[in-house]
Design a protein around this ligand. Structure first.
Ligand code: AMP
Ligand code: MG
Length: 543
């Protein structure tokens, strides 16, 4: 295993290191990172790995299944060329500047080049104390690690930009957690995920230097980031010009906007969009109390810490991303020396988001393109319908592809097309004739049918065949997402030593747009028991 990776550690080699090598919690000035070794753990055991990211890193199964692999990815053994370090960053948490945060439990091992020629940083999450751990323990528990592991890979296969997860190991250590901060801490199994991304730089990495008026290091980090993560923006010039800095910010706004479009498309709620959890590359990063919309609800957040303000609820995410971009603009402005370009990029963000989100929903509906004169009202009434009753977002959009643009449906037949997406239906009253008497009241029934009629009329106007439209819609409306309860079932089993459900879900999420008849049971509404269950719809930051 010794020579499986060729490390080239540009972040480590080229940026200023903290001269103090002690692990004690402290403020770290004038440095991009601190050197720190992962903590030794008792008995590493590989629980699962992602074969797709393993393959891209050139790892074969004999390497992965060796006991040495578990040792390395639990942090017990360093391979030649690894230079472990924790990054220094700050951030705005829930709208307030929180000062220095940093990698409190993440340790970067080094950078490698994958088989496609892309740079990838390997990072352990939960590998022990760093100078940034503040009052916490630097560890992660199995529950949150399974969630991060599964969701990173689910997002990747859905086509959503994300950090990846190579491996999930348990450490053999017990970790104390008060899951709901209610004075009932319990020991949970410790675990470590190896995350993989071209870069783990966050908005907060720039903010910390700006907050401390350390403009030299701010510039060094910006230049580093542009040279290595945005190389297409520069040719070989020594000095990076103002125009290039501005182009860089425009691209960050664009990537972030696209990420928000993608989260909206698949119904993902991050849960903690603090600026330290915003990737400079526009990747989904830091899977904590995230969740997936089941009933479509713009005000929904899985994060119990945010139930009061709902700052990070589903429908707020695009706006919050823009707020975060404002903070980044403020941080980098001193290096650029003017703000007009940054301001223009920020207002362009809203314009672009509005335009792109309409196109995205048009794709979800199988429309060739968004036509304001026809579609403004169609969309408005769609969103009114989606919140009028509890309607499963994933199932609703997936079922829409089945509508024929020609058929003469009765009202009952129209409703039956999407009936499986409604939570309130009294299933005993199936078949559809009796919907009118079911808990779906007459007004919801009528609203649904009336919208479907308008939708069908709109489909009739385009020249696309039903078969082509269905095909396209099924590539944009996933059949399977990692529903909140599904990950929890896998966690409950894994905590008892049975990892079969993790493996099943890893298979399922690899092809979220395919029918996969063997997994049909996962194309179903959230079971009632999961409605208010911890881990399924309610999560805290305790992980
Ligand atoms: P989060 O909102 O989970 O992304 O974390 C915010 C900050 O808290 C980051 O600086 C994390 O590194 C740090 N943090 C979270 N959990 C722990 C932990 N168990 N030990 C040390 N630091 C942590
Ligand atoms: Mg974080």
């Amino acid at each position: 295993m010794e020579n499986i990776f060729q490390f080239r550690n540009r972040f480590f080699d080229e940026l200023p290191a903290d001269p103090d090598e002690r692990t004690v919690p402290r403020q770290v000035y004038n440095s991009c990172y601190s050197k720190v070794n992962p903590t030794q753990v008792r008995s590493p055991c590989l629980i699962s790995f992602s074969s797709s990211i393993a393959t891209s890193l050139g790892l074969d199964s004999t390497v992965i299944e060796s006991s040495e692999f578990a040792q390395v990815f639990a942090g017990n053994k360093l391979l030649q060329g690894m230079t472990p370090y924790a990054m220094c960053y700050g951030g705005h948490q829930f709208g307030h500047w929180a000062g220095q945060l940093g990698d409190g439990r993440a340790i970067n091992l080094g950078e490698v080049v994958d088989i496609y020629g892309n740079n990838q940083t390997l990072q352990l999450k939960g590998a022990g104390l760093t100078p940034y751990s503040r009052t916490a323990d630097g560890l992660a528990v199995l529950r949150s690690s399974v969630r991060e592991f599964l969701c990173s890979e689910a997002m990747y296969h859905l086509g959503v930009p994300t950090t990846r997860a190579l491996s999930l190991v348990t450490t053999g250590e017990k970790v104390l957690r008060d899951m709901f901060y209610d004075g009932h801490p319990e020991y949970e199994p410790g675990a470590i995920v190896c995350r993989v991304a071209p870069s783990f730089i966050r908005f907060g990495n720039f903010q910390i230097f700006a907050a401390r008026k350390d403009f030299d290091n701010l510039k060094r980090l910006i230049d580093f980031c542009i040279r290595y993560d945005f190389p297409h923006l520069i040719s070989n010039e020594k000095e990076i010009s103002r125009e290039i800095y501005e182009k860089w910010f425009i691209e960050i706004c664009d990537r972030t906007m696209r990420l928000m479009i993608e989260w909206t498309r698949v119904g993902f709620v991050h849960g903690v969009m603090n600026t330290d959890n915003m990737s400079i590359l526009g990747l989904t990063i830091d899977y904590g109390p995230y969740g997936w919309l089941e009933g479509y609800d713009p005000y929904w957040t899985p994060n119990t810490t945010d139930t009061e303000g709902r700052r990070y609820a589903f429908g707020n995410q695009p706006q919050i991303a823009q707020w975060n971009l404002y903070q980044l603009a403020n941080a980098i402005a001193p290096v650029i020396g003017r703000t007009e370009g940054l301001e223009a990029a920020l207002s362009q963000y809203s314009e672009n988001y509005n335009k792109e989100s309409k196109e995205m929903f048009a794709r979800k509906l199988g429309l060739d393109r968004y036509q304001a004169e026809n579609d403004e009202l169609l969309f408005e009434s769609l969103f009114e319908l989606l919140v009028a009753s509890e309607i499963d977002m994933t199932i609703f959009f997936r079922l829409l592809s089945k509508i024929s643009s020609q058929s003469d449906y009765t009202s009952e037949q129209f409703f039956a097309l999407v009936a499986d997406a409604f939570y309130d239906i009294d299933t005993d009253k199936y078949p559809p004739d009796s919907y009118r008497n079911s808990p779906i009241n007459e007004s919801i029934f009528n609203q649904t049918v009336s919208w479907l009629k308008k939708y069908q009329a709109r489909l009739e106007q385009q020249s696309v065949s039903d078969a082509d439209r269905t095909k396209k819609m099924n590539l944009t409306n996933p059949k399977y997402v990692l529903r909140n309860y599904m990950a929890q079932v896998a966690i409950d089993k894994a905590s008892e030593g049975d990892t079969s459900e993790v493996e099943i879900l890893m298979k399922l999420i690899e092809k979220p747009y395919d029918e996969q008849p063997e997994f049909e049971k996962y194309f179903a509404k959230r079971p009632e028991w999961a409605r208010q269950k911890a881990g399924c719809s309610m999560l805290s930051c305790s992980s």
